[in-house]
Ligand binder design. Structure first.
Ligand code: CA
Length: 680
C-alpha cells in the first residue's frame, strides 16, 4: 500500500530552482508572492509552498496519521525567488498529513518538523498539517449562511464567553458540554427549567458573542481530553485552525472545522454575530513554534542585546511591522471571515502590534463589510520593542478610525484599580470617580463636560467616535464582578456584603455599562451572579472555579431579567447608541448633582451620584428627553429633574419596564445603590 502511494506521488516541479541569496539580516528577506497559505489541494494534485528565505533546504514529509508512524513519502522542495519553497504531489492525497522540515543555519533551536505557519487543517495537537478538501467540512446550508443584520456598529452588545465555562457544568443541560457543538443545541435547560446555552443568549438579547481563543492552542493535550484540564487558550499554536479540544474528535481534522462552522451557523441563525479572540501577539513558546521552525528570527522582536522581547509577558512578542508577519495577520483575519464567516475580532494585547498593520486590517475588513467589529486591548503586559508612536495603545486610537479599545478608565472607576482587588471605587461608595465614569459614558470622545484632569489613566480623549470605546466592568481577566464587590465593598455588618446589596451594585454597574455610548461588553455568568470563589486569574483553574452553575439562574432571576431588560431598552432606543461624536456632544448633557438640586441627609457623597440626560430626541429617539441617574450611596438621594415636564420611570429599583414604573414631576428619588432611567 505504501509503495502504491509513493508511485502516485510523481513529482512535478513548479518554477525553476534558484540559488540562495545572501541576507544581511531578516529585514532583507523577500515577501512571499501570492498567498501565505502553504497547501492547495485538488483531487488531481496537492501543491505545497513554504516561505523560508534563509533555509538551505526544506523537506516535505507525508504521513498516514496526525501523529506517530514513519513518512509514507518525502520530497525535497525547490527554492523560489520570493523566499518560498515549492513542490507538488500528484494524485488524491486527501486524508493524509504533512510536515515541513527546514534547515536554516541561523536556527538557534533544534530543527523540528512543522505544519508551517498557515496550516488550515491539522491532526491531533496540531503537530502535522492535514490535507483535506475544505468544502467537505461545510455543514448543510453553509453557503446560505449570512451574518445577522446590523445597521451600524453602535448597535453591538457584546457577551464574552468561554466554551468550557459556559457549558461544561452538568446543570447546563447540554449534550456536547464544553464543545463547539454546545452552542448549536436549542431547548437546553437548567435543572429548574430555565433556558441555558444558545437559548440563554437569545433570551438575554445580546447581538455578539466574543469567544475566548478558539484557534488551536497548546496548553490542553488533545490526546488526553478525559483529564478535563482547563485553559483560557491564550497560547497559540496554529492560528488558522479551530482548537481540537473543543471538537468531538481531535484526531479527525475535519471534525473541529465542521463543528466550529456548525456553531457559527447556529449563532447566526439565532441572530447573533461572532467575535473571534485573536492572539497574534505571541506564541505558546519559541523553540517549538511554527514561526521559529519556518523562518527562525523573523517573526519575533528582539531587544538590542539580541534577547527576545517580552511585551506579552509570556516570553516573546511577535513583529507585526515586518512585512510577512503583517501579511500573515491580514490573511489570517481574512481566512476567518471568508472560510468561517466570523463577524468581528478582539485583538489580545493589541498594543504589541503596530498602528499601520491594524489600520491595514481595518481597511481590508471595510472592503468586506464595515460592520465587522475590530477592537482590542490598548495595552501590553510589558513595554514592546517598538516606538510608542507606532503602538496601537489607547492614546493612538485617534490614528486608528474604526478600531476600538477596552476602557480601563470606566472599568476601574466603577470597580477599583487592577492592581489591588481589595480597593473599591464608585460602586464601593468611594469619591473621585465621577469624571472617569463620564469619560466612559461619552465613549472616550472630547466632550465639554468631561474634565480630563480628573480622569484616571488618560490625559486626553482617545476616541474619534464613541464606538471605539468598549464599555465594561468585568471580563475574563481579573475577578468576577461578584468576587470583586465582595472583596472591595466594606460590609455594613458581617464579613462580606449581603447578597441583596451585591445584586443592587451589580445592577448599578451594568446600567452604567449599558447606557454608555461605547460598545457595551458583558462577561458570561455575571447576569446570574456567578463567582470564581475569589480567584483573580483563573486561566488554568479547574472547572470547579470556572464552570458556570446554571442553577444560579433560578436563584438570581431578577438580576438576569434586569440585564435582559436593559439590553432590550438599549436596542429599542437609539438615544443610547448614537454612534457619532457630534451627536453625543449635542445631545448628551451631564446634570448638576453637586449643588442644591440633590437633597441629602448629610451622609451622602455627592461624587457618588451621577446623572445625565439624552435630550431633544437624541438619535431621532421617540422619547424627547431621557434622564439617567446613578446613585452609589447607601442612602437614597432626591434629584431635581431638568425640565418641568412629566417623566415616566422605565428603570427603577432593580426593575426595567418600558411601559412605565411610575410618573415623576420636578424631582425623583433614587434609591440607595441603584439606577433610575426616566423619559418624557
Ligand atoms: Ca490544541
Amino acid at each position: 500500500m505504501k509503495k502504491l502511494i509513493v508511485l502516485m506521488a510523481a513529482v512535478a516541479l513548479i518554477g525553476c530552482e534558484v540559488s540562495k541569496p545572501h541576507y544581511e539580516s531578516v529585514n532583507d528577506y523577500p515577501v512571499k508572492s501570492g498567498s501565505v497559505q502553504e497547501v492547495v489541494y485538488t483531487p488531481a494534485r496537492t501543491q505545497f509552498s513554504l516561505w523560508s528565505p534563509n533555509a538551505d533546504s526544506v523537506r516535505l514529509s507525508l504521513y498516514d496519521a496526525g501523529e506517530g508512524g514513519e513518512p509514507v513519502y518525502t520530497q525535497w522542495l525547490k527554492r523560489q525567488k520570493d523566499g518560498s519553497w515549492q513542490g507538488e504531489v500528484t494524485g488524491d492525497w486527501q486524508g493524509k498529513f504533512y510536515t515541513f522540515r527546514v534547515w536554516d543555519p541561523t536556527m538557534q533551536y533544534e530543527a523540528e518538523e512543522t505544519p508551517g505557519i498557515f496550516a488550515t487543517a491539522v491532526g491531533v495537537n496540531g503537530r502535522r498539517g492535514a490535507i483535506i478538501d475544505m468544502r467537505s467540512t461545510n455543514p448543510e446550508g453553509w453557503s446560505s449562511d449570512r451574518r445577522p443584520a446590523m445597521e451600524k456598529v453602535a448597535d453591538a452588545i457584546i457577551y464574552e464567553l468561554h466554551h468550557r465555562d459556559y457549558s461544561i457544568h452538568p446543570s447546563s443541560g447540554v449534550e456536547h458540554r464544553g464543545k463547539f457543538l454546545a452552542l448549536t443545541e436549542h431547548g437546553t435547560q437548567s435543572p429548574e427549567g430555565l433556558a441555558t446555552g444558545i437559548d440563554h443568549l437569545v433570551e438575554l438579547g445580546v447581538t455578539h458573542v466574543q469567544i475566548l481563543p478558539s484557534y488551536d492552542y497548546g496548553s490542553i493535550d488533545e490526546t488526553r481530553l478525559a483529564d478535563n484540564r482547563y485553559n483560557w487558550g491564550y497560547d497559540p499554536v496554529n492560528y488558522n485552525v479551530p482548537e481540537g479540544g473543543y471538537s468531538t474528535d481531535p484526531y479527525d481534522p475535519a471534525s473541529r472545522i465542521r463543528e466550529f462552522k456548525q456553531m457559527i451557523q447556529a449563532l447566526h441563525n439565532a441572530g447573533i454575530r461572532v467575535v473571534l479572540d485573536v492572539v497574534y501577539n505571541h506564541t505558546y513558546d519559541v523553540a517549538h513554534a511554527n514561526f521559529t521552525q519556518t523562518a527562525p528570527g523573523y517573526f519575533y522582536r528582539t531587544r538590542e542585546d539580541g534577547s527576545l522581547g517580552n511585551a506579552s509577558g509570556c516570553g516573546n512578542e511577535t513583529a507585526s511591522e515586518r512585512p510577512m508577519m503583517r501579511k500573515f495577520m491580514m490573511e489570517s483575519v481574512r481566512w476567518w471571515v471568508e472560510e468561517y464567516h466570523i463577524d468581528g475580532f478582539r485583538f489580545d494585547l493589541m498594543a504589541i502590534h503596530d498602528v499601520p498593520t491594524m489600520n491595514a486590517i481595518r481597511e481590508m475588513l471595510n472592503e468586506i463589510d464595515p460592520t465587522i467589529l475590530l477592537y482590542g486591548e490598548g495595552w501590553a503586559a510589558e513595554t514592546p520593542q517598538l516606538d510608542e508612536a507606532l503602538r496601537p495603545i489607547k492614546a493612538n486610537c485617534t490614528d486608528m478610525p474604526g478600531i476600538g479599545a477596552f476602557s480601563d478608565e470606566l472599568r476601574d472607576a466603577l470597580r477599583g484599580p487592577f492592581y489591588d482587588d481589595h480597593v473599591g471605587a464608585f460602586l464601593a461608595g468611594q469619591p473621585g470617580n465621577e469624571q472617569s465614569i463620564r469619560f466612559g459614558i461619552v465613549g472616550a470622545i472630547d466632550h465639554p463636560q468631561v474634565d480630563m484632569t480628573k480622569v484616571n489613566y488618560s490625559q486626553q480623549p482617545w476616541a474619534l467616535q464613541p464606538t471605539q470605546l468598549i464599555s465594561y466592568v468585568s471580563c475574563h481577566d481579573d475577578m468576577m464582578l461578584t468576587d470583586r464587590l465582595r472583596a472591595s465593598v466594606k460590609p455594613l455588618r458581617g464579613k462580606q456584603i449581603a447578597d441583596d446589596e451585591l445584586t443592587r451594585l451589580d445592577m448599578l454597574a451594568q446600567t452604567v455599562v449599558l447606557t454608555s455610548q461605547g460598545l457595551p461588553f458583558l462577561w458570561n455568568g455575571e447576569e446570574i451572579m456567578r463567582d470564581k470563589k475569589g480567584v483573580h486569574n483563573s486561566y488554568c483553574s479547574p472547572d470547579s472555579i470556572n464552570a458556570i452553575d446554571w442553577s444560579l439562574k433560578a436563584r438570581n432571576r431578577r438580576l438576569c431579567d434586569y440585564y435582559a431588560g436593559l439590553i432590550a431598552l438599549r436596542k429599542a432606543h437609539p438615544a443610547f447608541r448614537l454612534g457619532d461624536a457630534e451627536l453625543v456632544r449635542d445631545h448628551l448633557e451631564f446634570l448638576d448633582v453637586s449643588t442644591d438640586n440633590v437633597a441629602r441627609d448629610g451622609k451622602v457623597t455627592p461624587d457618588c451620584v451621577l446623572a445625565f440626560r439624552l435630550k431633544n430626541h437624541a438619535g431621532d429617539d421617540e422619547w424627547e428627553d431621557i434622564v439617567v441617574l446613578f446613585n452609589a450611596n447607601r442612602q437614597a438621594v432626591q434629584l431635581d429633574l431638568p425640565t418641568d415636564a412629566n417623566y415616566t420611570a422605565v428603570v427603577l429599583d432593580g426593575k426595567v419596564n418600558v411601559e412605565g414604573l411610575g410618573n415623576y414631576k420636578d424631582h425623583v428619588r433614587v434609591p440607595a445603590q441603584s439606577a433610575v432611567i426616566l423619559h418624557n
